[in-house]
Design a protein around this ligand. Sequence first.
Ligand SMILES: Cc1cc2nc3c(=O)[nH]c(=O)nc-3n(C[C@H](O)[C@H](O)[C@H](O)COP(=O)(O)OP(=O)(O)OC[C@H]3O[C@@H](n4cnc5c(N)ncnc54)[C@H](O)[C@@H]3O)c2cc1C
Length: 291
Amino acid sequence: MQVPAPFEYERATSVEHAVALLENLGSEARIIAGGHSLLPMMKLRLATPEHLIDIGDLTDLAYIREEGGEVRIGALARHRDVLESDLLAERLPIFADAERVVADPVVRNRGTVGGSLCQADPAEDLSAVCMALGAQLVIRGSGGERVVPMRDFHVGPYETAVGDAEMLLEVRVPLRPDMGSAYEKVERRVGDWAIAAAGVALSFDGGTIAEAGIGLAAVGPGTVHLTRAEDALRGQAPSEELFAQAAKIAGEDCAPTADQRGPVDYKRQLAGELTHRALRRAAARALQQEV
Ligand SMILES: Cc1cc2nc3c(=O)[nH]c(=O)nc-3n(C[C@H](O)[C@H](O)[C@H](O)COP(=O)(O)OP(=O)(O)OC[C@H]3O[C@@H](n4cnc5c(N)ncnc54)[C@H](O)[C@@H]3O)c2cc1C
């Protein structure tokens, strides 16, 4: 049986309390939210925190709302909340696309948005979603809040911009005019991590693409941000040829490794194909066409 190393346990009663505990207990303290990533790592002794700070009671952070031209998602919103949100289904359907294929209902009932993003697993689906959407992440420490763009949030595999005495509070997604978004994933079996996945967000100005965002999961050492493909899309009219060009760039600009989920060439091919499909679906949603 796998058993974690000994640790002390604290329950935070407020964000201020959680931050004060983090500050007082030092770098060997870790936040626990749903525990679906951290506890397995502790059982394998890949993580050996001396103190766990449980933020599960901070239900004020479980919101999903529209405010100031943005959708704001609290760090404690669970996968299931995201999947079932009418606001997200209407404004940012990429979230429901992704959540339908995140793990299984047991994980989705407990796992949180904050835990997912802070785990910074390169195959993690919501990070690719947030990359595509150009999300901003609100981080709270004892000195106040700071906002970090998603492209700077992951500083390496399993490493984020959140400092030892800080926590992630909120995800902010800017809403743009005539916007469409979509997520495409291929996994080996239902509930598995991606072999490859692509998230796309497009907004339009008249007949041309005003803004494009693309994030890939599982095909690099971190979430892949496809800036070259985004540049190729911006200012252009949507077409199958244009999307094929961006898909080709996706295959070139990702950096998969061979593993039990497949060889490198297959993953590059898949990244391109999924990017193409997500572009097609995001554009159709923005332009209210049948996919
Ligand atoms: C069987 C299984 C299958 C899975 N399949 C998928 C999948 O297909 N796709 C996918 O994307 N994910 C998948 N996951 C991962 C799942 O989405 C995450 O485990 C989960 O959502 C993480 O959230 P949590 O609240 O449980 O995080 P926790 O395990 O509590 O924490 C994870 C990490 O984030 C830190 N943390 C948590 N909240 C905060 C915060 N607010 N501020 C700062 N740090 C914080 C913790 O300290 C820890 O380091 C799977 C997990 C399991 C167990």
